[in-house]
Design a protein around this ligand. Structure first.
Ligand code: OMP
Length: 274
């Protein structure tokens, strides 16, 4: 999907919500659990109920890999079920030596029809380059993550003339590997106090923002410091939406939770279009 198409979807649907399909067999409603294709049924019901409220779905591969080959098959069927209008993210956090990365890229961009993949920048440019060679595909590089451990490396003080923290150096260097049309960065909603700083370094890039809902990040804080004239944000919630209910009406409950976020996002989007 191109940047133009993504921005068009955001403006038309008045939402920049990304729903995380972190589907866990232990958390899905009991009435589904005994069925052989429980996770696929769950995902399909969630997608049917929420597709008008979001522009993107993020499949965290861990929740599928844990099930072995069956899980990989469910992931494949799920990504094919997502409408072509939606931005499909493989949250796989890959990147390796170039030769290996080229097969990760092929796996997620050719064998599977994802629009984007999350990658770790630690191994440097040659580990990311193979992902960038695909036209109209996106590489989402971990910038400042939402977890506690971000302080261990990402927030290390490095103090050179351009950066105070290591994550800033990552944003500065890695943004040059690609461009605003094929690179996004992860910025955790729990780190909203750093968003103004992130926007100084990357005024135009899209940011994938996980961490609202279950991790306690706040949508308003993220938007106030992080939104740009094209929106520039994909805000992800996984557990807060997909497990909003756990009865027969779980999909309707997920839709209610997604709609709450969408309604708030609509107000913010209207304010940049005025
Ligand atoms: P919830 O906390 O349930 O909304 O899930 C958040 C999702 O975003 C999970 O799939 C995480 O693996 C992912 N994530 C983070 O929570 N923090 C990050 O810094 C980066 C990611 C990610 O790359 O998506």
């Amino acid at each position: 999907m191109t940047r133009q198409e993504l921005v068009h979807q955001i403006k038309t649907k008045k939402t920049f919500l990304c729903i995380g399909l972190d589907t866990d067999i232990n958390k899905i409603p009991e009435h589904l659990r005994s069925q052989p294709d429980a996770i696929l049924q769950f995902n399909k019901a969630i997608i049917d109920a929420t597709k008008d409220l979001c522009v993107s779905y993020k499949i965290n591969t861990a929740f599928y890999e844990v099930l072995g080959s069956k899980g990989w098959d469910i992931m494949e069927q799920t990504v094919h079920y997502i409408p072509s209008t939606h931005f499909k993210i493989a949250d796989a956090k890959r990147a390796d030596i170039g030769n290996t990365s080229s097969y990760y890229a092929k796996a997620f961009f050719e064998t599977l029809p994802f629009d984007a993949i999350t990658v770790a920048p630690y191994m440097g440019e040659d580990s990311i380059r193979p992902f960038l060679e695909y036209e109209n595909k996106w590489t989402i590089i971990l910038g400042l993550t939402s977890n506690e451990g971000s302080k261990d490396f990402e927030m290390l003080t490095i103090k050179n003339e351009k950066a105070n923290f290591l994550y800033e150096q990552v944003l500065q260097t890695a943004s040059k590997w690609g461009n605003e049309n094929n690179v996004m960065f992860v910025a955790g909603a729990t780190k909203a106090e750093e968003f103004a700083n992130i926007r100084k370094i990357l005024p135009n890039h899209f940011l994938l923002v996980p961490g609202i809902g279950a991790q306690g990040g706040n949508l308003k804080d993220v938007v106030q410091a992080g939104m740009n004239k094209e929106c520039g944000l994909l805000v992800n919630a996984s557990r807060a939406i997909i497990y909003a209910g756990n009865g027969i009406d779980f999909a309707a409950q997920a839709s209610v939770a997604a709609e709450k976020y969408r309604n708030e996002m609509k107000i913010y989007l209207d304010s940049i279009n005025e």
